[in-house]
Design a protein around this ligand. Structure first.
Ligand code: AMP
Ligand code: GLY
Length: 421
């Protein structure tokens, strides 16, 4: 039986395909639209083009949309959730004020300090000379971070004073990321394993997702350039149920309570990027959205109705006990275009998508040809996600299925789930 809740998802990456795929299973779902979507969402929902928030509001009115789900950070940071809510539309995604947790690292650090959320020691600078003098004065390695959004490239991990100087020059002096680098954070460099902790939030209540790890580097053994993410898996073995409860109580809940206290309640997914050091846990960053590719590995483990969870978050009535997870593991392996994250070609035919049976293929940079067939259309092309009773079995299924797919230049890591990042 088809339900009557009409939903619009904003975004067009692998993350949004995964969100659409999970929403599409809901018995409550009526019509499902994705703007702009991709070749994968086109198979299970209706793709539409909506370039502005004004167009989106009009579309929501015309199609009687009951919930808008905003995937990427850019529209959240631009205040789309506020404008849609002001227009009477329910939204899953934080307001512009709450999205500052991702939009400004200086804001985020000050917020963490104010609410005693464990984070790395840092200083914030608006002045290039003062930042240089500080970087030269400290006796520990540092990480230099542009304050604003920089498409994941604004964080430079430095090995020595010379590289810290070079990082400050790139970000502040040469303005490689524009105004995003007018302010910088210089943070102590920590050593440890990273983990992604995501939570559904309704403004007050939170429900944590399984602890995930993503793989950022392009090559096996965590070598080569950083990418948008080459794979993810979880739940990770080095986060126990007690650890997860601690992260909830020491990091996620104080952040959500802090936002509520500011009068800007946090609704949507709050994503904390954590570093597990020898001594303790430190929050490296907050993101105001689902992770990519973590989402492609998280949502196959969800045992509850995503649409109900999102509606409850938007309505402020989330009951954490209603968010249940399957007991197994999920592994996601990303296939990228040859040359990515540098230059790469697009329009290359993709073969074997129909041969995948036990995994789900989430499309990112894929274009569907009329009358048939698929070609590459981006750097990260697709993600293959598989669940299993053990991490090994999930990985075995995902790798068996990704081997059935091929396109000229296709590259994927062979060590997802086997390394620290
Ligand atoms: P962020 O966007 O702040 O999470 O930084 C991006 C990446 O830079 C993180 O996922 C880490 O791999 C690395 N990073 C950030 N902060 C630190 C830190 N204080 N120490 C070591 N690595 C860091
Ligand atoms: N997987 C990292 C991110 O979504 O920011």
């Amino acid at each position: 039986m088809m339900g009557d809740t009409n939903v619009l998802v904003i975004g067009g990456g692998g993350r949004e395909h995964a969100i659409t795929w999970a929403l599409q299973k809901s018995p409550r779902l009526g019509a499902l639209y994705v703007a702009p979507g991709n070749a994968g969402t086109a198979e299970i929902a209706q793709n539409v083009n909506l370039d502005t928030v004004a167009e989106t509001l009009q579309f929501a009115a015309d199609k009687n949309i009951h919930l808008v789900v905003i995937g990427p950070e850019a529209p959240l940071v631009a205040g789309w959730a506020d404008e849609l809510r002001a227009g009477g539309v329910a939204v899953f995604g934080p307001s512009q004020a709450a999205a500052q947790l991702e939009a400004s690292k200086a804001f985020s650090k000050a917020f963490m300090r104010e609410h005693n959320i464990p984070t790395a020691d840092s200083r914030t600078f608006n002045d290039y000379d003062a930042a240089l003098a500080y970087a030269e004065s400290v006796d520990h390695a540092v990480v230099v971070k542009a304050d604003g959004l920089a498409a994941g490239k604004g964080v430079i991990v430095c090995d020595d004073v010379a590289s810290a100087r070079a990082a400050l020059k790139t970000i502040m002096h040469d303005a490689a990321f524009g105004a995003a680098g007018d302010t910088v954070i210089i943070e102590e460099r920590l050593i440890g394993r990273e983990v992604s902790i995501l939570a559904f939030c309704d403004g007050h209540n939170v429900a944590l997702m399984p602890a995930m790890r993503d793989h950022k580097r392009i090559f096996d053994g965590d070598q080569g350039l950083n990418t948008g993410g080459m794979g993810a898996f979880g739940p990770v073995a080095d986060v126990s149920a007690d650890d997860l409860a601690y992260f909830r109580d020491a990091i996620i809940k104080p952040a959500v309570a802090g936002m509520a206290a500011r009068g800007t309640p946090y609704v949507g997914v709050l994503y904390a990027g954590l570093m597990l050091t020898q001594q303790s846990v430190r929050t490296l960053e907050f993101n105001c959205r689902f992770g990519d590719p973590e989402t492609q590995a998280i949502l196959p483990l969800l045992d509850s109705d995503l649409l109900t969870i999102m509606l409850d978050c938007a309505a402020g009535s989330l009951n954490p006990a209603d968010v249940r997870w399957k007991s197994g593991f999920c592994a996601t392996v990303v296939a990228a275009s040859g040359g990515y994250p540098g230059d790469y070609q697009t329009g290359i035919p993709i073969n074997g998508l129909d041969a995948v049976s036990d995994s789900v293929v989430f499309h990112a940079g894929v274009r569907r040809l009329e009358p048939g067939g698929h070609v590459t259309a981006g750097g990260r092309v697709l993600a293959v996600s598989a669940v299993g009773d053990t991490l090994d079995s999930a990985l075995a299924t995902a790798y068996a299925d990704i081997a059935r797919i091929d396109f000229d230049g296709m590259h994927y890591r062979r060590d997802i789930g086997r390394t620290e990042g």
